[in-house]
Design a protein around this ligand. Sequence first.
Ligand code: SF4
Length: 621
Amino acid sequence: MNHVGLRIALISTPWPLFNRPSIQLGALKAYLGREVPKAEVDTHHVYLQVAAALGYGLYAQISERSWLSEAPYAALLYPERLDTISRFWSRHARGVFQDREIRLEKVCQTLKSVTDTIVDEKDWAAYHVAGFSINFSQLTSTLFFIHEIKQRAPDLKIVVGGSACSGEMGLSLLNTFPEIDFAVSGEGEVPLAKLCRLLLSDRQNEEVGLISGLMSRAGYRGKASEAFSQVPDLDVLPVPDYSDYFQLLNSFSPKKRFFPKIPVEMSRGCWWRKHSSKKGRGCAFCNLNIQWNGYRAKSPEKMLSEIRLLSEKYETLSLSFMDNLLPNKDLTSFFKKLASPGKEFRLFAEVRASTSREELATMASAGMRYIQVGIEALSTPLLKKLNKGTTAIENLEIMKNCETPGFPGLVSNLILHFPGSEQSDVADTLANLEFAMPFQPLKPTPFWLGYGSPVWHNPKGFGIKRTGNHPFYSYLFPGAVLRKLKLMMQGYHGGIRDQKHLWQPVKEAVARWENQYRELHQSPRSEPILSYQDGGDFLIIRERRLGEDDLNHRLKGSSRKIYLFCQQNRPLRSIVEAFPAFGEDKILSFLSMMVDKRLMFRENERYLSLAVPSKGYARDP
Ligand code: SF4
């Protein structure tokens, strides 16, 4: 290619959330636009077009379930497998679409028709490179789009990247599908920019195998699983460019338009991994970081200016932080600055359970509406096996804090069937669940084995005998294809049936919890289930009960003060020191009585009050 410029199409296929642009595409477009001035970059959010054609409601229901998401495009890729995939779809669709029966054939018809329109309306041969971002649930849809586009533009160079292409996964895609020319392992900015510069030069054939983080048919540098190439300092990144997404949305009829959320990122990787073990592997089940080598965060100043710029450019106030978890440094001062007058944001972010009440309060004042918290378990011994670095009492504390009026609402999972969990972990979970009943229920989530997670690296350590691609993939791909692939969802042998049996009582207890919570919050503006009103020298705790009258408890003098002191979990020693006149015996008998009534929680001589202020955030007494 000579100096005529390079046209690049960056494409994201179903099934990401339709109501926000792709941060991968936005970040790459901005970076390549700056680093390779001779390149012209267009982003194609084809998932938004597909969502509009399918209906936003149906798209959202399918996109929430990874196996349902992978099925329709698998049927389009391999039409001879339609019957098998149809049965697979019916099994996974049970209960998902409520009273409606949604047939796979019908979904495929719509998808085929909209995909044909998308593929036919663009002149793909006018591009030199098409880059596909493959993340969770995007594998079969990407493969189908690649197949269709490559038929119309056989000379187009196809690059795949994203979390589903890291290391051996990307290499296996390259080796299985001849339409794919390159696979990026790790983040895309640096390898893609280098590839573009090479394609603009005459050296492409000799040097393409030397680009770190890029696997090609010509070869690649080092071990596929380790040869990353990433931006060392995130502050040098340009602001993501989402203009193509907004242009597409604005081209829709008014009925199909909506106010999107803007994705922003403060960091890449996970700081907890560095703190959690010498090997830096983090939580045992997690493979969210396979794309990154180490942890990097943008400075608060860069983030503040980026958020303000994006909000003003796209005239939107809803933002989602895409970080695996928010940085642990300067969080309070960052959100204080973000909360400065003038912008009423609606924010979402993921945080660790150790996030303090003060940090949550500051986030709430900046507009944080919901947070996803890495709770995962309510048993401390199990949390240890998960390498979460948290305890049951810390988890209950953040669950309680999120119940406080005005605080961010909680979204969290409870992992079931974790390999190596024992009867005692389940018993512990069931006992502690009783104390969690006043709080937003956790979503029961069966453990799944992720490629690259610590459990996957050390299966024997968790009682797992054999690993390999998840058996469900065998419904989607022909055997000969599947044998060559290394995929994100892994299957395993070892104790699955026993684990399901073991965790059944927890599943049932969570269903009761959900039901009770829903019933007690049926009326609009309903109060927290367990709350207190402070009367200055006395305190009234109100306990709302299902099918029974409310129960009220009055605490006076030192009892009130101790209850307020334990709004954050405290060791017995510090309670005794804070209330010397009360005496340890009296304090202990008061605390035991409160635990018996489930108004407080106790773990290893630490105590936590469970009632939340009925009128929003209260400071320490
Ligand atoms: S689950 Fe969250 S905190 Fe744990 S390793 Fe993964 S990203 Fe880090």
